[in-house]
Design a protein around this ligand. Structure first.
Ligand code: G1P
Length: 292
């Protein structure tokens, strides 16, 4: 029987060194793309997939991420008094249901696999989604919802995948592929950040996963992999053959907002078709294109 998926883990303990000094005194997950912080994109995406419980894996200096999901009573009262309806709606949507968000600490930056393992008590014996807030996905149906749709058919682990230029395989988890119907790909093997010459394909994992709780047993060994870190990819690889395991070519576009160029592209992509901003964005883009 396929168990319903209601939980999500969001690792947010990273130091954000690529965005210093902006992230010196604020978490990188609070950086806004247009008018919403990265963390909110991830939570909204998960909610659209029917996920109801969230675990943030945080670290030192990340408390504002928890505060962000509180109800801002004073601000709400002021906005109400001033008749600022759309601003009021925006902040009301940004809080979560009481008791639905918890945080655990990852005291040391030992890798993504270690961060996920820190959420083991929250997960217990339930399947769960993982969302890496650095990746923002622009899509019709939310990317995690697409993964959950696939999971409801196949069961087991499902990871969102996309083709990357061959020379970029050393930036991602890469699939060794079995049968492939153009959308769902059977996962035969997984390698974390392989050198292009050793990469089994150019199909890369993006920061969206549906995981079976058995991953925690593998992670608990805390074995170090690529870069000397406890890698989620290595623990997932150990599950191949034990649970169904698929890659899903999701519909949508991923922006790597952990990277400055990706972050800037996301600002354009997520504002260009907005009724309130699109016109202005197109105008200034024309100006800059003319300067090239
Ligand atoms: C992590 C994962 C990698 C995945 C990537 C997606 O890498 O380890 O397998 O492809 O996220 O964004 P990181 O970006 O943390 O180096």
């Amino acid at each position: 029987m396929i168990r319903p998926l209601k939980k999500a883990v969001l690792p947010v303990a990273g130091l954000g060194t690529r965005f210093l000094p902006a992230t010196k005194a604020m978490p990188k997950e609070m950086l806004p793309v247009v008018d919403k912080p990265l963390i909110q994109y991830a939570i909204d995406e998960a909610r659209e997939a029917g996920i109801e419980e969230f675990c943030l894996v945080t670290g030192r200096g990340k408390d504002s991420l928890i505060d962000y999901f509180d109800i801002a009573f004073e601000l709400e009262a002021t906005l109400k008094e001033r008749g600022k309806k759309s601003a009021l709606e925006a902040i009301q949507q940004s809080s979560v249901r009481a008791g639905s968000l918890v945080a655990v600490r990852q005291q040391e930056p030992l890798g993504l696999g270690h961060a996920i393992w820190c959420a083991r008590s929250f997960i217990g014996n339930d399947p769960f989604a993982i969302l890496l807030p650095d990746d923002v996905v622009k899509s019709g149906r939310s990317c995690v919802a697409q993964l959950v749709d696939a999971y409801n058919q196949t069961g087991g682990n499902v990871v969102a995948v996309t083709e990357v230029p061959h020379e970029h395989t050393n930036r991602y988890g890469i699939l060794d592929t079995g049968s492939d119907d153009g959308k769902l790909v059977e996962v035969k093997g997984l390698v974390e950040k392989p050198d292009p010459k050793d990469a089994p394909s150019n199909l890369s994992i993006i920061g969206r996963y549906v995981m079976m709780p058995e991953i925690m047993e593998h992670l608990s060994k805390l074995e170090k992999g690529a870069g000397g870190e406890v890698q989620l990819t290595d623990a997932m690889a150990k599950m191949i053959g034990h649970v169904p395991f698929h890659g899903l070519r999701y519909e949508g576009t991923r922006f790597d907002c952990g990277d400055k160029a990706g972050f800037l592209e996301a600002q354009i992509a997520l504002s260009i078709d907005r009724p309130d901003l699109g016109g202005a964005v197109k105008e200034f883009l024309k100006k800059y294109v003319n300067q090239i």
